[in-house]
Ligand binder design. Structure first.
Ligand code: AMP
Ligand code: GLY
Length: 412
């Protein structure tokens, strides 16, 4: 089969790495891909991720059997619909189903209609109303922009002054839709779930992300500064409860309401006193969760996608080892940062997944905020963590920073 991966980050790097190992895949393409993928896929950097017309033309001309879309943007902009219109199979939801990530309001409303556990919320589309609301609400309060925001559309306001600042920022262009949510307390985890309409199969291995920029969950929210799997201290009971109260009901709800989802649904959940509740849904694999989950996956991803399409049973197989991924990001990220900084000291053999590096002459230089994930493997989380940080220390660069506490929640 000819398979095309859309996207250029670390998640797409691990997708091509994993698909390249599948006997079912005869030829692998990546658009736009990145320079770290050239030995595992035919990379077409000349085609932009948002150039849907050229992507469709390419897929038709190359007889692509399956397109696998990594990032949220092309999904919410309807690339799936355009490829499907040409008879190409796509792993990744169509435009209306991708709203589950693209619109916080859509996600909250469908959860409310189907009693799926999540934080209570209010939608406010007007600055004056928001100003009145924050005078009488309980704190902390969570403000979420309605649209896509690359992990930066959420502000947790501890008090009125912080809420005021957030309201000024979110409504700076006039009337905007903002979701105000009750703050939930508990431990978070990420559960990837394969969904085809009313058929939903959660991974029986969960992962944990580290969203804040700095150690001890300090600093601003990012796309994700590190992840690990499995998560030994979050047990089978939580996984089962999340499946029964969230994964199955949301798939069924979307199917029944005409937003049938096909692809991987990312459930960002939090374990509260009342059980797991939804913090967010994403319409795609998490990044960097995908890098550790697909490194640990021992079964054939392409076979799973085909089985999902056919609604056949899916039996994931996982390596016994644990995997810990530590993100090296450009200093300044998620704010402003320099590009074009040299990074060396790594070889690409499944230990590193690249998000933001470009080859310039024969050197890799930075081209993004999140740059490279070092993935350690070991018989337990502690050993995998040690290996991950050894790999981090091999990296030669003055332009990057990383967290020192990735996976600590799993280590006593
Ligand atoms: P999101 O982009 O919706 O995943 O939000 C980013 C991060 O903000 C989450 O990973 C949580 O740590 C935090 N967060 C979002 N919503 C809530 C909430 N209702 N209660 C507590 N923390 C939240
Ligand atoms: N790591 C969180 C996300 O992919 O949204």
């Amino acid at each position: 089969m000819k398979v095309l991966v859309i996207g250029s980050g670390g998640r797409e790097h691990v997708l091509t790495f994993k698909l390249n190992q599948s006997n079912l895949v005869s030829h692998l393409f990546a658009i736009p891909g990145n320079d770290a993928m050239v030995n595992i896929a035919e990379v077409h950097k000349e085609i932009a991720e948002n150039d849907h017309a050229t992507i469709v033309e390419f897929a038709v001309a190359h007889n692509i059997d399956w397109a696998i879309i990594g990032p949220e943007q092309p999904l919410t902009e309807g690339l799936t619909d355009k490829l499907q219109a040409e008879g190409i199979k796509v792993f990744g939801p169509n435009k209306i189903a991708a709203q589950i990530e693209g619109s916080k309001s859509f996600a909250k409303q469908i959860m409310e209609r189907h009693n799926i556990p999540t934080a209570d919320y209010q939608e406010i589309n007007n600055k004056d109303k928001a100003l009145t609301y924050i005078e009488q609400c309980d704190y902390p309060i969570v403000l979420k922009k309605d649209g896509l925001a690359a992990g930066k559309g959420v502000i947790i306001a501890q008090n009125y002054d912080e809420a005021l600042e957030a309201v000024q920022a979110f409504y700076e262009n006039g009337d905007e839709l903002v979701v105000f949510e009750t703050f939930l307390e508990g431990e978070e985890f990420s559960l990837m779930t394969f969904v085809n309409g009313d058929y939903a199969v959660p991974f029986d291995c969960i992962a944990q992300d580290h969203k804040r920029a700095f150690d001890d969950d300090k600093g601003p929210n990012t796309g994700g500064m590190g992840a690990y799997c499995p998560v030994p201290h979050i047990g089978e009971d939580i996984l089962q409860q999340t499946n029964e109260t969230i994964a199955q009901p949301i798939a069924k709800a979307m199917y029944e309401e005409g937003y049938s989802f096909f692809g991987v649904l990312y459930i960002g959940a939090i374990i509260t006193k009342e059980g797991p509740k939804v913090i967010e849904f994403n319409a795609r694999f998490g990044d960097p969760e995908a890098q550790v989950l697909l490194s640990r996956m021992d079964s054939d991803l392409m076979q799973h996608i085909i089985d999902l399409e056919q609604k056949r049973p899916i039996q994931f197989k996982w390596k016994d080892d644990a995997f810990v991924g530590v993100m090296l990001a450009s200093k300044g990220y998620p704010g402003t940062y320099e590009k074009g900084e040299r990074v060396a000291g790594f070889t690409l053999n499944g230990n590193y997944f690249v998000s933001g590096l470009t080859l310039q002459n024969d050197d890799y230089v930075t081209s993004g905020g999140r740059v490279i994930l070092a993935v350690g493997q070991g018989e337990n989380i502690e050993k995998a963590k040690q290996q991950a940080y050894n790999l981090v220390r091999n990296i030669e660069s003055d332009a990057l920073y990383y967290r020192n506490d990735i996976s600590n929640k799993a280590i006593k």
